[in-house]
Design a binder for this molecule. Structure first.
Ligand code: ADP
Length: 667
């Protein structure tokens, strides 16, 4: 038996291991199993080059728990270690850089977490004692037993071991007794080892029989040693990809929309499969994440800096030995390989989408509503992706037809260019709510898009901005998106011959004041700004519009930090009095009628003052008793925009009934 001190220069590495790796101590299992798998793979390599002769026999890695002895054992039949090798690889741990690493990062826990290579010593995170029993594959090798109790002292002696390979025995600390529970270990194995290239067995398979769980003879194999991403795309059918998707996310019921198989070996090595999932709600978005593997060993599902942000919403796996795992996140961003990987993924995804669009547009269109969020997010955040995606990103109109922006511009070019040469694109976010406005637009032969997606407002702003500079060979390249209810349709797409009304400013001011006076509260007066517009004789006599710019700013503020100024503004609307409407014209003619004028003069005489606008208006309403009608008109405007609710709605209904029940008096 030999005794010695583990070859680290710092006094004691163990407290550091325990303390700084505490939050992620479960990775010990991944590390030990990775070593077992490596040892097995090395043996296979040696055998393939003829350095190991004969049948390699059973190569399964086994994990077992002994509750009585409070041990957890990982056994392999790999190359094993001689005493010299244990001394070199285990005792001189500086070889694998652990000490240096821990010293360097001991103030930065997050950098230590997820690090590969601390390896074997991570066993001490959860054990009070660790033993190694190993028999090397080499001829005449003697088995070795190494033991260490979590301090720099170890013992090493010759032992007897019948089978080639290594058993690592952990005497689990009382504090970590959860690692002696089958369920915990099985959970960890499923998390970290599900796709390792060597079979990992844990206990026996179980089956439900007559309402009881019974153990079968067969071993319980945790992993799929040939996961889909390691196979050739040519060997896989769509069903295989779908099957793998469910292996990856057992709780996910939906099928993915489609997949992209990644495979590159130069200038970096990367394989993987990305899936476009069906996203039903925002809640789903971050439930299943892309998993990062390193040679089939699970590393993390936090891929933020490796995959472009908009693609982190995808599902699937990425496997690359070229992603540095032992560095902090901020470093990752500046790493050249990582940048290249991110660029490669962007290109692959864009190419796949472009190919689908080109070869099977119908299929692409059928998926558009589900994938649109990814694509818009990508176009908004990644210039390279934008460049490719602009040719397959789609717009959908109210007929359910889909167009690329270029196609859509060609469609509306004839009819929807205003007198200043801007192309005006009309949209709605809710076809029911905007019904009356949409009808007016359609009556003019205009097309209306449905823009009810979460990122549509941003996408429209982007298209507008880009249209300022991106020449497309047409004079009307500049785009303006306007919601159908943001102004009168005549103003939204202003043509050369804009209608004018024949009223004086005085008359219009009179009308404005009259309607304003009918708004119930002072709060309403802030909310609704009364204006006069000669819209059209067949439009509503009074209606609401909402300024496109202000509304859009508010909507964008809802998604973005630093725009809270807009977010806090109250919703404001224009209450438009349509001076082209016969009802309004009638009102104006009453204001200027002789009858009214006389009445006004009489009043002025009595009060000894010149008549003011207000007196004129007041007189009009007294004479004609039109108050009710004005109220009714305003309520109709609110109703048409879905803003008449509660008490105001009830009052409107009652007033309508009253108006209908007034006795008919023949002239
Ligand atoms: P790393 O795996 O990063 O090199 P480790 O501390 O985990 O660091 O292991 C150090 C070395 O010990 C390994 O490189 C390997 O040579 C040897 N080793 C560890 N576990 C085993 C095993 N189960 N079978 C054979 N060799 C092993």
């Amino acid at each position: 038996m030999s005794k010695g001190n583990i070859g680290v220069t710092s006094d004691n590495i163990f407290p550091v291991i325990k303390k700084f790796l505490y939050s992620d101590h479960e990775i010990f299992l991944r590390e030990l199993i990775s070593n077992a798998v490596d040892a097995t793979q090395k043996l296979k390599t040696l055998s393939s080059v003829g350095e190991v002769k004969g049948d390699l026999g059973d190569l399964r890695v086994r994990v077992s728990i002994n509750k009585a002895k409070k041990t957890l054992t990982v056994s392999d039949h790999g190359i094993g270690m001689t005493a010299e090798e244990v001394d070199k690889y285990i005792n001189q741990i500086a070889f694998s850089g652990a000490e240096e690493f821990v010293n360097k990062y001991k103030d930065r826990t997050e950098a230590i977490i997820g690090h590969f290579g601390l390896g074997f010593y991570s066993a001490f995170m959860v054990s009070k004692k660790v033993e190694i029993f190993s028999l090397s594959y080499q001829e005449d090798a003697k088995a070795v037993h190494w033991s260490c109790e979590g301090d720099p002292e170890y013992t090493m002696e010759e032992t007897i071991k019948a089978e080639r390979g290594t058993d690592i025995v952990l005497h689990i600390d009382d504090e970590f007794s959860q690692y002696l529970e089958d369920a915990t270990i099985e959970g960890l194995l499923k998390k970290y080892c599900k796709f390792l290239p060597v079979e990992i067995a844990f206990g026996k398979k179980k089956e439900w029989k007559d309402g009881k769980e019974v153990e079968l003879d067969e071993e319980n194999i945790i992993n799929d040693i040939n996961p889909a991403w390691t196979r050739k795309p040519a060997d896989l059918k769509d069903e295989d990809y779908d099957k793998f998707y469910h292996e990856l996310y057992p709780m996910q019921m939906d099928e993915p929309l489609f997949h992209i198989h990644l495979n590159v070996d130069y200038p970096f090595n990367l394989t993987g499969i990305l899936y476009f999932p069906k996203i039903k709600s925002n809640l789903d978005v971050h439930r299943n994440k892309i998993q990062l593997y390193c040679n089939q060993v699970y590393v993390t599902d936090e891929v933020e800096n490796i995959v472009p942000e908009y693609l982190t919403l995808l599902h699937g796996v990425i496997d690359s030995p070229d992603i540095p795992l032992n560095v902090s996140r901020s470093y990752l961003q500046s790493d050249n390989n990582v940048k290249k990987i991110s660029g490669y993924i962007t290109k692959k995804v864009a190419d796949k989408l472009a190919e689908m669009f080109k070869n099977d547009r119908e299929n692409f269109v059928s998926k558009w509503d589900d994938i649109k969020m990814f694509i818009q997010f990508g176009m908004l955040t990644d210039e390279k992706f934008y460049e490719k995606a602009k040719d397959f990103a789609l717009l959908k109109n109210l007929n359910g037809d889909y167009f690329t922006l270029k196609e859509y511009k060609d469609k509306v070019r004839e009819n929807q260019v205003d007198k200043d040469g801007n192309m005006v694109i009309l949209y709605t976010q809710d076809a029911d709510a905007n019904y009356t406005y949409i009808e007016r637009a359609k009556a003019k032969g205009y097309d209306v898009l449905l823009m009810n997606g979460e990122l549509d407002v941003h996408t429209m702003s982007q298209a507008e901005q880009r249209s300022m500079t991106e020449t497309d060979g047409h004079a009307d390249q500049k785009l303006r998106f306007v919601r159908v209810d943001s102004d009168t349709i005549e103003n939204l797409i202003k043509k050369e011959e804009t209608a004018k009304d024949n009223y004086s400013d005085e008359q219009k001011e009179g009308l404005r004041k009259a309607f304003e006076g009918m708004l119930p509260s002072s709060e309403d007066k802030l909310r609704y700004f009364v204006t006069c517009e000669p819209a059209a004789s067949d439009a509503l006599p009074v209606f609401l519009t909402q300024n496109e710019f202000m509304r859009r700013m508010k909507e964008m503020a809802a998604h973005q930090q630093g725009m809270s100024f807009y977010g806090q503004m109250p919703d404001q609307y224009n209450l438009v009095i349509n001076t082209a409407h016969p009802l309004i014209q009638e009102l104006v003619s009453k204001m200027t009628s002789e009858e009214v004028q006389e009445e006004v003069e009489k009043k002025a005489e009595k009060e000894g003052e010149a008549p003011t606008k207000e007196t004129v208006i007041k007189t009009v309403y007294k004479l004609t008793d039109e108050d009710e009608k004005l109220h009714q008109l305003i309520d109709i405007a609110l109703l048409a925009s879905g803003q008449l609710k509660g008490e105001a709605l009830a009052k409107f209904v009652n007033r309508s009934v009253e108006l209908l029940t007034q006795p008919y008096i023949p002239a």
